[in-house]
Write a protein that binds this ligand. Sequence first.
Ligand code: GDP
Length: 366
Amino acid sequence: MNSGKSHKKSALRVNAGVEKPEAVNPLLQQKPDKFRKNHANPREYFKAIQTGNRTMLSQAITLVESTLPKDHEIASELIRLCLPLSGKALRLGITGVPGVGKSTFIESFGLFLIEKGHRVAVLTIDPSSMRSRGSILGDKTRMEKLSVNENAFIRPSASAGTLGGVARKTREAMILCEAAGYDTVFVETVGVGQSETAVAQMVDFFLLLMLAGGGDELQGIKRGIMEMADLIVINKADGENKNRANLAKREYENALHLFPPFTNGWQPSVMTASALYGENLSLVWQQIEKFLHLTKENGSFVKNRKHQDYNLFEETIHQAIHDHFFNLPEIKKRLAKYKNQILNRQLSPYEASQKLLDFYFLSFPK
Ligand code: GDP
């Protein structure tokens, strides 16, 4: 170091400097996948998730959604660790046709619940995003206020695989969110009739959003979906639409009377609300609390969860057997052959399936 007095005021003086920092964080220069693998220790994820680290929670869900066998192992271990901490949240399913106001509702209702001291996670199942990159729920930034709230966590739909596969991943994401301390988990889906049953199978309470003025055809909402709803909310009951919403409320109340009663003793009802102006949100919450009180008291809440667990068990077995069968190279080869023969009318579907199953059971005796 040149510290001579004569150079004190000289521009030529050279100081011993500190080392120049990297222009870019070296971790960010690594490929995202590599970055993730550096952290791929289930216990680390588990610890971080418990302390409320949302970045790690997000990465963990990405692991759960991954189809790589290596990620699968880590994800399974992480789920195993998180399971004992899960199950305490209220699981709310929410559906309705695109444009009905689902994201507006979840944002308002989510913020309403956060104000009451809750922590809210939002998961999504969007069947349209599984087929193509286009998603009905859209890639636009949804729930802008909720997504920046420190007591909320929002995760878009997994897009790979079948509906069953995606639903299973959503369930696992739910376990991770619950382990992270979110006490209310919304599972949102589009009301087009594919994913509602899957969602109903993983939630405690199923809420259907509707619009006034849908007429008889119930706005493309299938009757079956209406039958699953614990509560129907006619949204956009504001301004000039208020009267029409009240009329629709009465219509849907009449329709509900025609449906078979729920075995858990719950009587579904219809109410109007405005997600945009936050009107009647407290009434929706009251209704949910009433439901929880009734079903926890009469045991059907726990019974439903047990039923869902058993279904999950069966479904997982079905899926594993299905994957095993259809991924066998010898089966794949024969499938292609039989497909041709069926399409050319050389073989009936019955004969073809019998032949394939005979071959299978010969290779794997019963
Ligand atoms: P989603 O496709 O079901 O998620 O619907 P969005 O939440 O994206 O809402 C679709 C449009 O309806 C947006 O322009 C919202 O601002 C509007 N919207 C949602 N809820 C209400 C409401 O309660 N009242 C009114 N007037 N508009 C609403």
